[in-house]
Design a binder for this molecule. Structure first.
Ligand code: SAM
Length: 306
């Protein structure tokens, strides 16, 4: 399936792209947002990160048709500061994240992300990464499995599911998405299966663990904010409540007034809040109808003030 970009216009409008500016798309994917940024650049440059080789290959061709004012960086965005500094870029005018996985990643059976498609358990966005879903499912202790399924999946039957995984792998290792999905399905009450696919939350939790999606976020967002020019914009699209909470916490912390100067009539510039937060944006009803994947999205935007 083609990837339909979420909150595309809202994000691009927020970035307020200047034709000679420097912009960073931390999650290139299938180049929906990157194409829109690149089309607005004349002398400026776009740097786009993706840790997925297939996404990079596809998007290189898409972007090349627009202009040459871009570079794709094959690395995890947790290394954005180091990668940009290597290119002598210390400040940028806008930076965006559209977190999570793309539709082609989910729909490619061999990537092992989907409980709808039978494949070896994998779920790595970066195929060179060491940890795969197979390792998490077969090697993590009961307690660690329970913790990630409960926390990252917000799964109410986390204990039962972790227990069933533990029981099954005593007999033989769990190899495939369908095996795992069946184990999960057999661990939850039938009424739960009528509400949602019973494997959805556990698969999400394992994917988050495999790709360290939450643990890398605070550093990445803080580094991104550090790199913004004054009036530069950061825009972050999240799809998960914990992801959104991390973003909200980082933004809130960096938009707070320094306690020491709270009651001073004139606040010296270096004590003023670093960020001004704009109102968060959710997809319109129309977007949700046209693209179901957008239903859990939240866009947070902040402007660098000093
Ligand atoms: C939701 S898709 C982005 C879609 C893109 N905005 C578009 O419109 O086509 C997320 C992409 O970010 C990549 N990605 C996720 N986490 C990453 C990370 N930590 N470092 C680099 N790339 C990452 C994924 O491989 C995926 O291709």
């Amino acid at each position: 399936m083609k990837h339909v970009s979420v909150l595309l216009n809202e994000t691009i409008n927020a970035l307020n792209v200047k034709e000679d500016g420097i912009y960073v798309d931390c999650t290139l994917g299938y180049a929906g947002h990157s194409s829109a940024i690149l089309k607005r650049l004349k002398k400026g440059k776009l740097y786009a990160f993706d840790q997925d080789e297939e996404a990079r290959k596809h998007s290189e061709n898409v972007l090349r048709k627009i202009s040459d004012n871009f570079e794709i960086i094959p690395n995890n965005f947790v290394n954005l500061k180091e990668e940009l500094n290597k290119r002598e870029i210390t400040k940028v005018d806008g930076i965006m994240f559209d977190l999570g996985v793309s539709s082609p990643q989910l729909d490619d059976a061999k990537r092992g992300f989907s409980f709808h498609l039978d494949a070896p358990l994998d779920m790595r966005m970066d195929k060179d990464a060491k940890l795969s879903a197979y390792d998490v499912v077969n090697d993590y202790s009961f307690n660690d499995l329970y913790k990630i399924i409960k926390e990252y999946g917000e799964e109410r039957y986390a204990k039962q599911i972790a227990r069933s995984i533990e029981q099954r792998r005593k007999q033989k290792n769990i190899e495939t998405t369908f095996e795992l999905s069946e184990i999960i399905s057999n661990s939850v009450p039938s009424k739960y299966k009528r509400l949602t696919h019973p494997a959805r939350r556990t698969f999400q939790a394992i994917r988050i663990e495999v790709n360290k999606e939450l643990s890398i976020l605070p550093k990445s967002l803080n580094d991104a904010i550090d790199m913004l020019n004054v009036n530069g914009v950061i825009a972050v699209i999240t799809f998960h409540s914990l992801e959104d909470k991390i973003c909200k916490d980082v933004f809130t912390k960096r938009s707070k007034e320094n306690e020491l100067v709270k009651n001073l009539p004139i606040v010296p510039d270096e004590y003023k809040p670093e960020l001004k937060l704009l109102k968060k944006i959710k997809p319109s009803k129309e977007e949700i109808i046209n693209n179901k994947r957008s239903r859990s999205a939240t866009l947070r935007i902040a402007i660098k003030m000093r």
